[in-house]
Ligand binder design. Structure first.
Ligand code: ZN
Length: 278
């Protein structure tokens, strides 16, 4: 009987040890839709959730924080999340978000099907969005996220995160990433270490890479000319993963870069040591 008991204890200790991660830096807190709530918690939480998605818990400088992505469609006001401590006790915590007026952007797309897709396109788009949602909700316990990122492309940031988007005059989802314009073929460098989750060619996003940085921190690279990595590849910060292109729904060559926490697209500027996007 002793062996199974020891095994059980070892697994239990291991789970506790893995439930949070120690980090060198925190992302910038920005309590707005599309921002990040960096909330101090009581110090012995082992898991937490916000809107039914698991949240990242990190230890920084001896204190424990919940690092929560706030959806672009979140209403201003109090937002509640759960944490569970090592005794299994649950508590409800909250943070308050304020309204943010994002800009508008109007784009003209010459390929009408990319604005009003036909039935066959819609089927493809549905399949792809399931695939992408699955990738965005990946949780990798053994990867330790790094929040201090560098800009993945040396280029011009042509439109900001969160802007309300109109394609050929028709309202569409708000812009959920950062666009960086650069000539076709400009190298795209990993902004932080991670593992390649998925690569593919998607209707709107063109040639795409989804990269896992651990604990629900996941980044997306779209419209690429070439993809230089395979799923499963372990990538160092600064390593080339592909090149800028104009595949998918674009008006010119650029990288669309987005960063996800708890399956929510947040402002990538918050990982660059900058102020939030205007
Ligand atoms: Zn974009």
């Amino acid at each position: 009987m002793r062996v199974p008991i020891f095994a059980f204890i070892a697994i239990a200790i291991c789970n506790f040890a893995l439930a949070e991660v120690t980090v060198d830096s925190l992302p910038q807190s920005s309590l707005v839709p599309g921002g990040i709530a960096v909330v101090p918690v009581h110090g012995d939480a082992v898991s937490g959730s916000f809107r039914n998605e698991r949240i990242l818990l990190a230890r920084y400088d001896g204190a424990q924080y919940a690092i929560i992505g706030i959806p672009l469609d979140a209403e201003p006001g109090p937002q509640q999340f759960n944490i569970t401590d090592r005794d299994g006790e649950e508590s409800l915590l909250q943070f308050e978000i304020v309204h943010k007026q994002y800009r508008e952007r109007h784009l003209t797309i010459t390929n009408e099907r990319q604005v009003n897709p036909n039935a066959e396109d819609m089927e493809r788009i549905g399949r792809e969005s399931v695939e992408m949602r699955r990738a965005f909700s990946t949780w990798s316990e053994s990867l330790a996220p790094e929040f201090a990122m560098s800009l993945p492309v040396d280029g011009v940031r042509s439109s900001s995160f969160g802007s309300r988007s109109f394609f050929n005059g028709q309202p569409r989802n708000p812009h959920s990433g950062m666009d960086i314009a650069a000539p076709e073929g400009t190298p795209i460098l990993a902004p932080a270490p991670g593992v390649i989750l998925t690569t593919g060619n998607y209707f709107f996003n063109g040639n795409t890479i989804i990269m896992d940085h651990g604990h629900g921190l996941i980044s997306l690279y779209c419209h690429m000319n070439t993809i230089d990595v395979e799923p499963g590849a372990v990538i160092a910060a600064g390593e080339q993963i592909g090149a800028v292109g104009s595949t998918g729904r674009v008006t010119g060559p650029h990288l669309h870069w987005s960063v996800n926490l708890n399956n929510v697209r947040v402002d990538p500027a918050l990982f660059l040591g900058e102020n939030p996007s205007p």
